[in-house]
Design a binder for this molecule. Structure first.
Ligand code: NAP
Length: 308
């Protein structure tokens, strides 16, 4: 029985060692050296091969190497093929770290101080206490909840928004379209950690920005296609928004002449908020492989209808 790995080859070498050491009954193969395709029961991939079932006729489970699965073309997957996303604790830690950094960057006006330093300007701005800074998190799933709880620990006034209702200690939880207005109106910093689906593509647009308090800020650590980039530039020009921290863009890397490269109001990072680490992800994956072998439900199973 074999697992085919199709993702970053550097981390592939570590995955291979981990399988050899802890699960020698599952043969680890690395794309494109797949050997006999009939022997491959599991695929661990960032992006599956085209014509997946023709290519891998004995495939039983598709495991994503990532927490988000929007890169998969669901229509091209057989509906009965289980798709499981990666719930690596290192992804959660990375997202908490990045969201905290970006929130503090905006909260403590580090963008202004970086600019002032370049301009040789020594000027203090009033500090806002954390309890007076309202943080709104779009998406209260695995990652949104972890970020919300962590930021509440700093004393920030934290709210979150999701499709379905939930309760979380020290976090005001909102759900559904009808609650979005109130949530946005009371968010000085909005953090997007939604999955990319047909319902959320382009959600960070002029209409949403207009419902936030004037001078609010945006952090996008979801996916680039959540953001209508032109609308962000417009909102910054109008003063509706004051700053943004973006880890993801609709085109990565962006073109050389992309406006965001030169925009001092935007802090841009190359999709590095979190990365799957084989050492912490392996036990999660192995637990799911064993669950599947025992006929038990796997953790992180994607609902193909919802798209996340
Ligand atoms: P998750 O556990 O599936 O949670 C998704 C959350 O979004 C849930 O709370 C869900 O609501 C909510 N949601 C989905 N569609 C919605 C809609 N139409 N309206 C309102 N709320 C909606 O996902 P996760 O593990 O937290 O990951 C979220 C995303 O983070 C991933 O999909 C990925 O795109 C992104 N990510 C980015 C990086 C990076 O490096 N930048 C790394 C990892 C992940 P319900 O609770 O009601 O279902």
């Amino acid at each position: 029985m074999a697992l085919l790995y199709k993702s970053d080859p550097v981390r592939g070498a570590r995955w291979k060692e981990l399988f050899a050491q802890h699960a020698p009954d599952i043969e680890f193969r690395q794309w494109p050296d797949m050997g006999d395709p009939d022997e491959i029961r599991y695929l661990l991939a960032w992006m599956p091969p085209e014509n997946i079932m023709a290519c891998l006729p004995s495939l039983e489970v598709l495991f994503a190497t990532s927490a988000g699965v929007d890169q998969f073309e669901f229509d091209a997957l057989p509906p009965e093929l289980p798709v499981v996303r990666m719930l690596d604790p290192a992804i959660e830690r990375g997202m908490i770290e990045y969201a905290t950094f970006a929130t503090l960057w905006l909260h403590r006006r580090m963008g202004d101080y970086a600019r002032q330093q370049r301009e040789g300007q020594w000027q203090a701005h009033m500090l806002v206490p954390t309890e007076k800074r309202r943080i709104g998190i779009l998406g209260l799933g695995q990652l949104g909840c972890a970020i919300a709880t962590h930021l509440a620990g700093y004393g920030f006034d934290v709210s979150g928004w999701a499709r379905s209702p939930r309760e979380l200690a020290n976090v005001h939880c909102h759900s559904g379209e009808e609650a979005l207005d109130g949530f946005l109106a009371s968010s000085d910093i909005v953090i997007c950690v939604l999955p990319l689906t047909d319902a959320t593509r382009g959600i960070l647009n002029a209409d949403l920005f207009a419902r936030m308090p004037k001078g609010a800020a945006l952090i996008n650590i979801g996916r680039g296609e959540h953001l209508v980039e032109h609308d962000l530039t417009q909102a910054l020009d109008d003063g509706q928004l004051s700053a943004a921290v973006l880890d993801v863009l609709s085109e990565e890397p962006p073109a050389d002449d992309h406006l965001f490269w030169q925009d001092e109001r935007i802090l841009l990072t190359p999709h590095v908020a979190a990365m799957t680490q084989p050492d912490s992800a392996f036990p999660v994956l192995l637990d799911n492989l064993r669950r599947h072998q025992r006929g038990e439900p796997m953790v992180g199973r994607v609902d193909l209808q919802r798209g996340y």
